[in-house]
Design a protein around this ligand. Structure first.
Ligand SMILES: Cc1ncc(COP(=O)(O)O)c(C=O)c1O
Length: 352
């Protein structure tokens, strides 16, 4: 199979080798693959996927990870550090998401394995918390919202209604959303920003609709959650998309994107911890003992919690602001380059 990755360069293992290979040989192989693959994104010909690019930062995170890489954070009695890391990741994220504006309910959060997982946990929570009142729950997302919503609805038997977006602004048609809400609508969705265009839906208008119809509003900040707040601090004209906007009930924000942590974590923030708790899992009469988990995962990596915590505490607000500044300045330069070419078109109204 000539298109098999690294065929002819490294041995192909179709069965578990009888005798093991030495550390040095394995590490040399891995370093060679990693170096070759790094060249792809270091060329700059890459959109998304890589968010930091600073190998010193990755080395630091790898060291933080190594201290707990073998720890299962499900077993909290054995690793109080995981409770500290997770609690502080959630608290710092809630603060960034404007949770201080929430006064009536107690905000809470969940560290998940990525953006799709945060979205899935949110959809599950909306379905579960409304299960007594809905025959078949439905969710309304803008067409531009990530396929993770389609996946979650498919997995959880939720009907997904897809709202069109304005072809000029690329923002969701709020009137369409309003018209298609019914008593089984457990949540509507807005992106801040969306994957395809990076544009932000009119979150304030969606919040008003959610309040009027007494439904949830999930803001998908998987991409924007850890950069838009700093863009706002830098004075860019970015509308509030967080819990300061009335009606916003959950926000997904990916630490493994612009949070500059290792791949494998995201934070799902809830304005009301009771909504989070609605999808907690308990099995208290199992022959193997009591089994409880805060989300869909069972065993989880203590290393990823440590590395995510380390990224946030190391960078601090000023570190995130500095990265955001460089990114928004690059975006402005790219916009100028596009404007200089008649055959190219800018979609929506990007931050300038
Ligand atoms: C806006 C948005 N939401 C959700 C996701 C899904 O995140 P993940 O790939 O971490 O599951 C992405 C991924 O790029 C995204 O851009």
């Amino acid at each position: 199979m000539s298109d098999y990755p690294y065929a002819g360069q490294f041995e192909i293992h179709r069965t578990l080798p009888e005798d093991g290979t030495g550390h040095d040989e394995i590490l040399t192989m891995l370093a060679s693959m990693s170096a070759a693959e790094n060249k792809v994104w270091e060329s700059g010909r890459c959109s998304g996927t890589m968010y930091c690019g600073d190998h010193d930062h990755y080395d630091f995170l790898n060291k933080a990870f190594a201290n707990f890489s073998y720890v299962n954070s499900l077993q909290r009695d054995m690793c109080p550090s995981a409770t500290k890391f997770e609690a502080e990741i959630i608290a710092m994220t809630l603060d960034l998401m404007g949770a201080s504006a929430v006064t009536v309910t107690t905000p809470g959060g969940l560290v998940t394995s990525g953006g799709s997982a945060s979205i899935a946990h949110a959809m599950l929570a909306y379905r579960e918390s409304n299960s007594a009142n809905t025959s078949r729950a439905n969710v309304i997302k803008p067409e531009t919202a990530h396929p993770a919503f389609d996946k979650a609805c498919h997995l959880f038997g939720i009907e997904l209604r897809v709202a069109p977006v304005d072809p000029v602004t690329t923002q969701v048609d709020v009137e369409w959303v309003k018209k298609h809400i019914d008593r089984n609508t457990v949540a509507i969705v807005g992106s801040a920003g969306n994957y395809g265009y990076g544009t932000v839906d009119p979150i304030r208008e969606l919040g008003a609709v959610a309040l009027e119809h007494e439904t949830g509003l999930h803001v998908d900040g998987c991409l924007g959650g850890f950069i838009l707040p700093f863009g706002r601090e830098l004075g860019y004209d970015i509308e509030a998309f967080d819990f300061s906007v009335p009606g916003v009930t959950t926000i997904s924000a990916d630490t493994h994107k612009y949070g500059y942590a290792l791949k494998g974590t995201s934070v799902l923030s809830f304005a009301d911890e009771r909504l989070r708790n609605s999808q907690y899992f308990y099995l208290t009469d199992w022959s193997g003992g009591k089994y409880c988990s805060p989300g869909m995962d069972g065993s989880r990596s203590g290393g990823l919690l440590a590395a995510t915590w380390a990224a946030m505490v190391h960078l601090g607000r000023s570190g995130y602001r500095a990265y955001a500044k460089a990114i928004f300045e690059t975006s402005a330069a790219m916009q100028e380059a596009v404007r200089a070419h008649d055959e190219l078109r800018i979609m929506g109204n990007p931050t300038r």
